[in-house]
Design a binder for this molecule. Structure first.
Ligand code: PGA
Length: 261
């Protein structure tokens, strides 16, 4: 795991955008793994800026969303497919057919989950997956106690997650769905490069547990310790509970110039 502590979330977003840009240049038909929530928004804004101002192109790319609410109509503004289109993919040249997301409105949810797994495999797997972390340590909507080998499936959101997400639903908890269709932890771990972003004080505890604690189903993000290529980009506020922070700073300061992310 490479852990980089940046002064601000904006600097972390620039580094995350660099990683995406590198994948777009290095891979013929790049497959991008996208996340929703507030954390990746600055990265998406930076990628949109590079598209508009510098011609960064996504025309050969495909994108796969991590998760989707179950129980919202497909055209609900907070459905994650709508969210990612509004915040990111509508503003770049990703082909309309290139955006994939789990179908949380499907009648046959288990079949939709299996179909999504197959779509990812058929695309050749995810090259770069961006991730946030929940205040309860979740990745995607894999809540504490999720199997570390889990695949795309229906999950039940914790009350912590529903409270955290109520801000997207007029602060009305009753409007927040109880279920999701999410890539499993085992699915996420198959991405070739994972970029975990964490900003702000509320992420300090789950981040420290994920990065420095034991690998446990009670902290789904701790499963990332098993992955050979993870970049963790955090701001100072989210880094406050990392016991090894000095070492991470020293490592980044002395990173060999030839070594990329
Ligand atoms: P946030 O959510 O980016 O809105 O904090 C992160 C997550 O739940 O994975």
């Amino acid at each position: 795991m490479e852990i980089v502590i940046t002064e601000t979330p904006e600097i972390a977003a620039i580094l995350a955008a660099d990683i995406f840009e590198h994948a777009l240049a290095a891979v013929e038909a790049p497959v991008l793994g996208l996340a929703t929530g507030s954390t990746p928004l600055a990265t998406y804004r930076e990628l949109i800026r590079r598209h508009v101002e510098c011609g960064l192109s996504f025309v050969n790319a495909r994108a796969f969303l991590l998760d989707e609410y179950v129980g919202l109509p497909r055209d609900h503004p907070e459905a994650y497919r709508r969210f990612i289109a509004r915040e990111f993919t509508d503003h770049i040249d990703l082909p309309a057919t290139g955006l994939h997301s789990p179908d949380g409105a499907a009648d046959a949810i288990t079949r939709a989950a299996n179909d999504y797994e197959r779509e990812i495999v058929d695309a050749g797997g995810v090259d770069v997956q961006i991730l946030g972390i929940g205040s309860d340590g979740h990745i995607g909507f894999n809540e504490p106690s999720s199997s570390l080998g889990s695949r795309t499936r229906l999950t039940t959101l914790t009350s912590r997650t529903r409270i955290d997400n109520a801000r997207f639903f007029d602060d009305d908890l009753d409007q927040v769905p109880r279920h999701s269709l999410t890539q499993g932890i085992g699915t996420i771990l198959e991405a070739r490069h994972i970029v975990l972003l964490a900003f702000g004080e509320s992420k300090a505890r789950p981040l420290a547990h994920a990065v420095e604690g034991p690998i446990t189903a009670m902290v789904p993000a701790s499963a990332l310790q098993l992955h050979p290529h993870v970049t963790v980009l955090v701001d100072e506020a989210a880094a406050t509970k990392l016991s090894n922070a000095d070492y991470y700073r020293e490592t980044f300061e002395h990173k060999p110039h030839w070594q990329t992310f």
